[in-house]
Write a protein that binds this ligand. Structure first.
Ligand code: NAD
Length: 486
């Protein structure tokens, strides 16, 4: 282990956090966490068994009544405190994210701030759990509607945003009065484990949040979804795993929130401000080295501006500095693991074989670390695999179009529907096209849509439900209607 990490990792917990205590797994199993920049082991983490999952559910279930009974303001104050403590520790957490995920420190700093904001937002939103009162038109009975915490929630999160994808669930769950068992991704368990002492310091009682990393994700999560005490499963990850969890969740008819994969189109009309579109494209494509569900996966550029856009985008991409994400000035870290990098290699090779032209990048570097350079491909043919799958890497695939109707139909031609981006100076056209795009979120002259105050989520096979905004709180509440006469 390199000495530059020792200070950072010295106090990072590596066991399971259950009922407010650290413990080993029941069978002492552990797994390694690897730094993708150096391919070296940085920690060994306890791997939860089914027995550990049961213990975590016991703790969450025991803590539920007390937490649900707390006044919304009391829960809100704790979440607000958690926001402040994360910001106090922001630099340490950002470095930890970079060590286990690989992303550049600037991306990790952005993620920590974004992650903390979910606690601040839901500290405020939790006190706005308002009901309703009406009168039945025929019987005259009063219709009294309120929202109760739905129960114990199982949260499963991916490796691409180790902090934010978890706080986007923990924040609303706790604000609503639910208790949780979180299974973080096996590639990046350290960030969530490091958050637990912070939540404890903020005043989150024992058992309200439990974290169980595990190399045995399938059986452990499946067991939890069949425990009658669990009422919610909130998942962020691939559509493939999301489908499996939806099947499992059907047996006990759980409330499900699914934030799944994307295949975002990025449309540049002939009347766009090209410099603004380039700036947006760099964010939409390169935040997190392209390892984002919101990453622009298919660029459609009007043929009249194609030459200008392509030249400027290629220059920006070629200028990015690749290296260990911990080094200042680096904006392109390694991909998360060898599989992720090999998938990018495969998709680029496939596109090039079918006729795409490499304008920059396109070649896996030799040496240590799961690096792949910023790449721009022009004339990507319609049958290239990368147009139908998430690239999840720093590769911009460019195509051209000629008419509005044509580009809408090509953009919608996917099983996914998470986010679409479009650039035009004509706001009427922007809104008209937005309405015709079957995507849960639209970036209109913007390359970034994520915001704790906005409802994040997808249509079609990109998911079910929304996170953030008031909608995110409602995912953890059950609506109860009481018919009253007085
Ligand atoms: P993944 O689906 O492989 O894993 C996600 C989580 O599920 C991890 O914790 C993993 O350990 C766990 N898991 C894997 N197999 C499981 C199983 N059989 N049963 C239960 N749990 C299981 O996804 P990933 O590779 O970690 O993340 C990348 C994917 O996440 C991409 O598809 C990306 O688009 C998606 N994503 C979506 C959003 C969104 O908000 N829509 C946000 C971030 C990432």
């Amino acid at each position: 282990m390199s000495s530059r990490y020792d200070n950072l990792l010295a106090n990072v917990p590596t066991d399971l956090w259950i009922g407010g205590k650290w413990r080993k797994s029941s069978d002492n199993a552990r797994f390694d966490v690897i730094d993708p920049a150096t391919e070296s082991k940085v920690a060994s983490v306890a791997s939860a068994s089914i027995d550990d999952a049961k213990a975590a559910l016991d703790a969450a279930s025991d803590a539920f009544e007390g937490w649900a009974a707390k006044k919304p303001r009391e829960r809100g104050e704790i979440l607000r405190k958690a926001y402040e403590l994360i910001m106090r520790d922001a630099e340490r957490l950002a470095k930890l994210i970079t060590i286990e995920n690989g992303k550049a420190l600037s991306d990790s700093r952005g993620e920590v701030a974004y992650a903390a904001e979910f606690f601040r937002w839901f500290a405020e939103e939790g006190v706005r759990n308002l009901g309703d009162l009406g009168r039945a038109p025929s019987s005259g009975a009063r219709i009294f509607v309120h929202h109760k915490p739905a129960g114990v929630a199982v949260l499963v999160t991916p490796w691409n945003f180790p902090a934010a994808m978890a706080t986007r669930k923990i924040g609303p769950a706790l604000a609503a009065g639910c208790t949780v068992v979180l299974k973080p991704a096996s590639e990046t368990p350290l960030t969530m484990l490091a958050l637990m002492p912070i939540l404890e310091e903020a005043g989150v009682p024992a058992g309200v949040v439990n974290v169980i990393p595990s190399r045995r994700s399938g059986p452990v999560v499946d067991h939890m979804l069949h425990d009658p005490r669990v009422r919610i499963v909130s998942f962020t990850g691939s559509t493939e795993v999301g489908r499996k969890l939806l099947h499992s969740a059907a047996d006990n008819v759980l409330k499900t929130a699914m934030e799944l994969g994307g295949n975002a189109p990025f449309i540049v009309f002939e009347d766009a401000d090209i410099d603004a579109a380039i700036e947006g494209a760099m964010v939409a494509k390169m935040r997190n080295m392209g390892e984002a569900c919101t990453a622009a996966n298919r660029f459609y550029v009007h043929e009249k501006v194609q030459a200008d856009f392509t030249k400027k985008l290629t220059a920006k991409m070629a200028a990015l500095k690749m290296g260990n994400g911990l080094d200042e000035g680096v904006s392109l870290g390694p991909l998360v693991n060898a599989d992720g990098r090999d998938k990018v290699v495969e998709l680029v090779d496939d596109a090039v074989k079918k006729g795409a032209k490499i304008l920059t990048g396109g070649k896996r570097p030799d040496g240590t670390g799961f690096f792949y350079p910023a790449t721009v491909l022009a004339d990507v043919p319609d049958d290239a695999k990368m147009l139908n799958e998430e690239i999840f890497g720093p590769v911009a695939s460019l195509q051209t179009f000629t008419s509005e109707d044509e580009v809408i139909s090509r953009a919608n031609d996917t099983i996914y529907g998470l986010v679409a981006y479009l650039y035009t100076k004509d706001i009427g056209r922007g809104l008209r096209v937005s309405e015709k795009l079957d995507f849960g979120m639209i970036g209109l002259n913007r390359g970034l849509v994520s915001d704790p105050a906005a409802p994040f989520g997808g249509m079609k096979q990109s998911g079910v439900g929304r996170e953030g905004a008031h909608e995110g709180l409602m995912e953890f509440l059950e609506t109860q209607y009481i018919s009253v006469s007085w």
